[in-house]
Design a protein around this ligand. Structure first.
Ligand code: GN1
Ligand code: MG
Length: 400
């Protein structure tokens, strides 16, 4: 699907590097008036290139979000778009009855079709573009402004899975096979270290050894999925805090975004990734000398948001594994960052060489902090689940 002119995954593109010609071509592709359009880079996603475009000539003037798909990551963009259309169409149709169409577009990510009716447009360079209505009054936070934002995000991601429970068949396409197969991620790291194409393996040896020693943790969730104890649900699979848009003024989620990895998975990973992205005092790119201190109130808010999204919706194995989710997903991301460092930073864009190594170290420290306080995490999940246990569903302190 890639064209010779498609830059490799992670190559930089800025609002300035988009030519006026491309802007007109893409706007026209979506039936938008290019005259006077102003584009700026939007958000801090690591995968696609996202722009906010102002269209003063629309009546009334409006903003749209244009996104260039990363074909180096998603090799079947048509399947990604098929999933996205189905998911957003289902959410549009089933949630918030009685809401005006305009308001619903602030609550569910809404595609603008291309002039040929398809949900994407391929430009003359072979790049794939899609366009969304802009969620006016919505803000993405890389760090939670406070605990209520974490709880709101947890409720929104849980509600997202619940709302997709009755998505009619066929199953969604698996857009990234093995995305949360943590043992496979460790194997990929081992392989990268063996091949060592850039001679970077030696400097990472201590970190790599530490990560690779955690095979037991890596296999815990995949094993429970494989033997059927852990149910598969339609999950978001990329539940970083900045993948929800909050109301500008309140800790209320307007819209869940970044739907490319919505596919069957487990809530334990979704819960884990939300915790991973909210529990440390600093963000993924901020280096700290020592282990981060953990915001336990954020953990409790995330657990409460998930568990109470609908009474009794989580099963015993889901509850029993919840406290393991953050460590498992943190281990996985540490391995992914480190693998990318060793193989030349082709997946996660870097500003300078070493960024992905630093990110991997940071995730390792978070992982160690999570492990050190595992008992407390279990106690919090148990406390939040107590109401459910009283009503008949059991939760153990060790994985079943
Ligand atoms: C990527 O697209 P974005 O920035 O929300 C990545 C996630 C990582 C995250 C780490 C499809 O998410 O898996 O956890 O970066 N998404 C994909 O920042 O690989
Ligand atoms: Mg994102």
């Amino acid at each position: 699907m890639t064209s010779p002119t498609t830059p490799v995954a992670g190559s930089p593109i800025t609002a300035h590097s988009i030519s006026a010609h491309s802007i007109s071509e893409i706007a026209a592709g979506f039936g938008l008036p290019a005259t006077g359009a102003r584009w700026e880079a939007l958000g801090s996603g690591r995968i696609h290139h996202t722009f906010l475009a102002h269209y003063p000539e629309l009546a009334p003037p409006a903003r749209r979000v244009h996104q260039r798909l990363n074909l180096g990551v998603f090799h079947h963009p048509g399947e990604v778009m098929e999933n996205l259309e189905r998911v957003s169409g289902h959410l549009q149709a089933t949630t918030r009855p009685g809401m005006s169409a305009g308001e619903r577009r602030r609550r569910v990510l809404t595609l603008v079709p291309a002039v040929d009716g398809r949900p994407w447009f391929v430009d003359s360079r072979g790049d794939w573009w899609r366009t969304f209505h802009y969620v006016e009054g919505g803000t993405a936070h890389d760090r939670p402004p406070g605990t209520p934002w974490v709880k709101a995000a947890a409720r929104a991601f849980a509600g997202f899975s619940l709302a997709l429970d009755d998505l009619p068949p066929p199953p969604l396409k698996t857009t990234l096979p093995g995305f949360h197969d943590t043992p496979r991620r460790l194997v990929a790291l081992e392989q990268a270290l063996l091949e060592d194409p850039l001679g970077r393996a030696a400097e990472t040896a201590e970190l790599a050894t530490d990560l690779l020693a955690r095979r037991e943790l890596a296999g815990l969730i995949p094993r429970a999925l494989a033997d059927g104890r852990l149910p598969r649900r339609i999950c978001h699979n990329d539940t970083k805090l900045n993948n929800v848009l909050f109301d500008d003024d309140r800790p209320e989620v307007l819209c869940v975004v970044d739907l490319d990895t919505v596919m069957p998975g487990t809530i334990v990973h979704d819960f884990g990734d939300l915790v991973r992205s909210t529990i440390a005092g600093a963000g993924e790119d901020d280096m700290v000398a020592a282990s981060p201190s953990l915001e336990m109130a954020h953990f409790a808010a995330a657990a409460a948001g998930y568990i109470h999204a609908r009474p009794g919706w989580l099963g015993a194995t889901e509850l029993a594994l919840m406290a393991h989710g953050p460590a498992a997903i943190t281990l996985e991301l540490a391995a992914r960052f480190l693998t990318d460092h060793v193989t030349g930073d082709s997946y996660f864009p870097v500003r300078q060489a070493g960024d992905n190594l630093r990110r991997a170290h940071r995730q390792q420290r978070l992982l160690q902090a999570l492990e050190a306080r595992h008992g407390e995490l279990v106690a919090v999940v148990e406390r939040e689940a107590r109401g459910m246990r009283d009503s008949g569903s059991a939760i153990g302190t060790t994985p079943p």
